[in-house]
Design a protein around this ligand. Structure first.
Ligand code: G3I
Length: 354
């Protein structure tokens, strides 16, 4: 049996995985228990699953993950209280059922804003009151920055933003703090946090919110990365930037795709991937990445993979979408049959090149 990842990194940070509830059992469950000491829901804690209709909360699937974390003494990250995606549209309809974003009357717009912020508070309060004792870190808001936005601050022009400005972010953090307590760790989570101009937009937003007294404890770096993008240097600079604001950093959704952008042409299956030799490039990437994480381990408080093994990854859907339905990716350190890959040995600090 190979050494456990969580033991290797015991003195640095917990090692996490994103899971669907079905993965708590069988071989996935065994690997989870052996190698990981932190867990997060890949989908079932998102707004569309937790509160599909107003006032109808569905905690059944989320509870399974919470119970597993408790039973096996794992840290628990909550993903995600507020997001522009996977959010049911009832949040954004006024009392007459009209889209709030279409409203032009200033008085009615002000009412709509109040209604939306009330809904946001109810959503967060209900969840946080239920899970406050179990959750260690909350993704309070996800993906608030969009470098292609038409405003010069790079604020994502989601419905949340169009109706409330940045008040939804502020209210989300304040409400989470109110019900989760002082010990809870509250995160703003995003992807491409390593690269300009996005990281500076995020930095400026967080700095501004901190100056207003908004309770933010850390930045979640999703780290959906590629073999040579972003660079290790950019990654290091980003973590140091946010640490410089007094914030924690967590790596929240790590996966190392074998493709560039767009993910074409794609390998059709795992055998083709093995034959390509690209798993050794990936191992090298994992080596450099975890060397950096170890170097910065006083600034990084969690490293979570966005899955367990290469049998189940959202990147397969992405590869298929861009390649006429045929495509396979392999971003993790366990292969589709749960065997360790070259990347495993490198992230554990063994030098497989000899
Ligand atoms: O549950 C339904 C199922 O009932 C239905 O039959 C099926 C048909 O398409 O869809 C299922 O829902 C899918 C869901 O995953 C659960 O499998 C959605 O279509 C699919 O869009 C959804 O994708 C998730 C994606 O977020 C949504 O944006 C991925 O699994 C999940 O890995 C991904 O995770 C995100 C993070 O939350 C935020 N950061 C980026 C990351 C990757 O996109």
């Amino acid at each position: 049996e190979v050494p456990a990842m969580k033991d290797r990194y015991e003195d640095s940070f917990p090692i996490g995985a994103a899971v669907e509830p079905y993965q708590l059992e069988g071989t996935h469950g065994e690997i989870l228990k052996r190698h990981y000491n932190s867990i997060v829901a890949e989908n079932v804690m998102k707004p569309v699953n937790i509160q599909p209709e107003e006032g109808e909360f569905n905690f059944e699937e989320a509870d399974k993950i919470v119970a597993f974390a408790e039973e096996h003494d794992m840290d628990l990250r909550f993903h995600t209280l507020i997001w522009h995606s996977q959010v049911p549209n009832w949040f954004f309809l006024d009392k007459e059922g009209n889209e709030m974003i279409d409203e032009t009357d200033p008085a009615k717009r002000a009412d709509n804003k109040e209604l939306l912020l009330n809904r946001l508070e109810t959503h967060i309060k209900t969840i946080v009151e239920r899970y406050a004792d179990e959750v260690d870190a909350w993704d309070v808001v996800n993906e608030t920055i969009d470098p292609n936005a038409s405003n010069d601050r790079g604020l994502r022009e989601s419905k949340w933003y169009q109706i409330t400005g940045t008040d939804y972010i502020k209210t989300a953090f304040e409400t989470t703090r109110k019900y989760a307590g002082e010990d809870a760790k509250l995160f703003i989570n995003d992807f491409n946090t390593e690269v300009e101009p996005k990281r500076t937009h995020l930095y400026n937003l967080v700095k501004d919110l901190l100056e207003q007294g908004v309770p933010i404890d850390g930045v979640g770096h999703q780290a959906h990365i590629q073999l040579d993008w972003p660079t290790i240097e950019e990654t290091k600079e980003s973590i140091n930037m946010f640490a410089g604001l007094g914030l924690e950093n967590q790596i929240t959704e790590l996966d190392v795709s074998l493709y560039g952008w767009p993910p074409t042409p794609a390998f059709a299956n795992y055998e083709e991937i093995v034959e390509s030799g690209r798993l050794y490039d990936q191992a090298e990437r994992y080596d450099q990445l975890f060397e950096l994480y170890r170097e910065l381990d006083d600034k990084i408080t969690n490293v979570t993979f966005w899955g367990i093994a290469d049998d189940h990854t959202w990147l397969d859907d992405r590869a298929e979408d861009y390649n006429d339905g045929v495509g396979k990716d392999a971003p993790f350190v366990f292969d589709p049959d749960f065997n360790v890959k070259p990347a495993y040995w490198e992230m554990m600090g063994y030098d497989i090149d000899g």
